[in-house]
Design a protein around this ligand. Structure first.
Ligand code: DUC
Ligand code: ZN
Ligand code: ZN
Length: 484
């Protein structure tokens, strides 16, 4: 066979193995793995490089409405371009419903924003903010059948928080349809109470964002979400876990045999609440929810990865510009942390940070790095084995890494739409130099070679991780039966 491309001389790592061989690519898929594969139109010399499955970032926000007068710093074009430079071949942004909106219309709107504009492949999770009978009974089941097989629910935020009753209803639909529920676990009333008291006391600087949502706020909601999921026997993914107390809730549930999964993010490994304490409004650059905690929490989150309590490492890329009246420095944000948009950029920095801090420093193996950043995302969200690995028959979604590259994380290296990175100044070893999506280089030797439209929308299967365990709390099953 004559291949389109052969990648030669590199060290390949998957979630399970590390080996040396050539990768033969034909028609966008991996067609052969072996020695001396012969000829190809394009022979890529990967000597001294690592050849890894392209990163899949399953927690990304792009072009999402973020409140009056606030504009997100990345749309699908700039966000997926930055993703490619950061070694990613696929991202999963959210299609976010707001109160009163039809979920089907929301999905159409996000396709308008994404289709034809992406550099890497994309697929949407749905955010459910209005759990009406129509959404629960008609729109969600139809959308799951159409390949939108995961939804996120919020336990906090005005206009977004679901009551426990609504959470149970959404979880029941997930059980019946085979979808996976992602949960933002923070206690809404506790945050409102603390925010009001802080403002009344004149504590309005960005650092009080952390004070308004301390660890018990997250721990309690994590415990409650797990209990609700147990009641209806449905697996859930607790996203963006920031500390050991919430992580221990997940571990305890897993030890009891429940299908409770956890995700953590770079900000919880390398930032702390002190970063929100910068002079003037500098702290706003780090405002995200849950907030970064302390060094003890960082260590606990590392332990959560090392011990596989967490299966996913995502960026929670939710970018705003800093020097911008539509971003972090919006006029109301200067009056109180309450109005500083929540979120930080990270789609381009996620992989180098975990490689450098995790693999190079010996905290996790290279194979676990691949699992946490690509393979587990594909398995969790119904994309495996088409995505998330290097195997014959899989899409040729590949990142070539220079494991020896040394430098300092800096805004000047990045391509995202934000005007800063919260990870400025972190020493880094290892960087992705080329990114290939379905056989086409989007970035080659650090230069953009792809075009918008090279990334396409990917419809997803139901996740095997979403199958109920069959364990009921009582002899009555309150949620419907799973359908195939
Ligand atoms: N939750 C997210 O998942 N991202 C940004 C803000 C938030 O609250
Ligand atoms: Zn969230
Ligand atoms: Zn998020």
């Amino acid at each position: 066979m004559t291949f389109d491309t052969i990648i030669r001389g590199g060290t390949i790592a998957t979630a399970s193995d590390t080996f040396s061989c050539e990768v033969g690519i034909k028609d966008g898929v991996v067609a052969a793995l072996g020695k001396d594969l012969g000829s190809a139109k394009d022979i890529v010399d990967a000597s001294g490089k690592l050849v890894l499955p392209g990163g899949i970032d399953s927690h990304v926000h792009l072009s999402q409405p973020s409140g009056p007068g606030i504009v997100m710093a990345d749309d699908f074009e700039s966000g997926t371009r930055a993703a490619a430079f950061g070694g990613n071949t696929m991202v999963l942004p959210f299609a976010m419903q707001q109160k009163g909106e039809s979920l089907r219309q929301v999905v159409k709107d996000y396709h308008e924003k994404a289709d034809g504009n992406c550099y890497v492949d994309v697929s949407f999770h749905l955010i459910i903010a209005d759990a009406t009978d129509r959404v629960l009974g008609q729109e969600l089941p139809a959308l799951v059948n159409d390949g939108y097989t995961s939804f996120k629910v919020f336990m906090t935020y005005d206009g977004m928080a679901l009551s426990d009753m609504e959470m149970l209803n959404v979880m029941s639909v997930a059980r019946e349809t085979g979808a996976l529920v992602m949960v933002h676990a923070e206690n809404y009333d506790a945050i409102r109470f603390l925010t009001d008291r802080l403002e009344r006391a004149g504590h309005t600087a960005p650092r009080f964002h952390g004070t308004s949502r301390p660890i018990p706020v997250e721990r309690e909601a994590t415990h409650r979400a797990i209990s609700l999921a147990e009641l209806v026997d449905v697996p859930i993914m607790i996203v963006h876990v920031s500390n050991g107390e919430a992580m221990e809730e997940i571990r305890r549930a897993q030890q009891r045999g429940l299908k409770i999964y956890g995700e953590t993010c770079p900000q919880y490994l390398v930032l702390t609440e002190k970063d929100m304490d910068g002079l003037n409004m500098e702290g706003a650059k780090y405002v995200c929810s849950p907030p970064p905690r302390d060094v003890k929490s960082q260590k606990e989150c590392w332990a959560g990865l090392e011990q596989k309590v967490f299966s996913l490492f995502s960026s929670d890329h939710c970018p705003f510009r800093y020097e911008d009246s539509q971003g972090k420095l919006n006029p109301k944000g200067k009056t109180s942390f309450r109005w500083v948009p929540n979120g930080i950029p990270g789609v381009e920095t996620r992989l180098p940070i975990l490689f450098s801090e995790g693999v190079v420093k010996g905290r996790i193996s290279l194979n676990d790095f691949v699992a946490f950043t690509a393979t587990n995302h594909a398995k969790t969200y119904g994309l495996y084995p088409k995505k998330g690995t290097i195997a014959v028959g899989s899409d040729a979604d590949i990142a070539i890494w220079d494991p020896e590259w040394k430098g300092t994380m800096s805004q000047s290296l990045l391509h995202h739409g934000s005007d800063y990175t919260p990870f400025e100044g972190i020493p880094i070893t290892g960087w992705p130099v080329s990114t290939m999506v379905r056989g086409k280089f989007i970035v080659r030797d650090r230069k953009l070679t792809g075009a918008k439209g090279d990334g396409t929308y990917v419809s997803r299967a139901k996740s095997p991780y979403a199958a109920p365990s069959g364990r009921l709390v009582t002899d009555f099953s309150p949620a419907g039966s799973p359908t195939a």
